[in-house]
Design a protein. Structure first.
Length: 79
């Protein structure tokens, strides 16, 4: 938890950023044949590239993916 707090507190970039997110079906952490619907949320800028989160989504619909990506961006509090 401390590493996550430190990562959020560190500056990402002073330049404009672009948000990228893409959904993937990944093997469930618990193992077995199940797969979890996840998205990778990344920001890139002139001098940086930072992975913000890889959250699970309940349904891989465009609306749910966009909502989850927006929530993860809000949690980083970009200025």
């Amino acid at each position: 938890m401390q590493a996550a707090a430190e990562a959020k507190a560190s500056s990402v970039s002073d330049s404009p950023l672009v948000v990228h997110f893409d959904g993937k079906l990944l093997p469930a952490i618990a193992g077995g044949p199940e797969k979890d619907d996840c998205i990778a949320v990344v920001v890139t800028g002139l001098t940086c590239e930072k992975l913000l989160a890889i959250p699970k989504v309940v349904h891989g619909t465009g609306e749910q993916v966009a909502k989850t990506a927006a929530e993860k961006l809000d949690s980083w509090s970009f200025d």
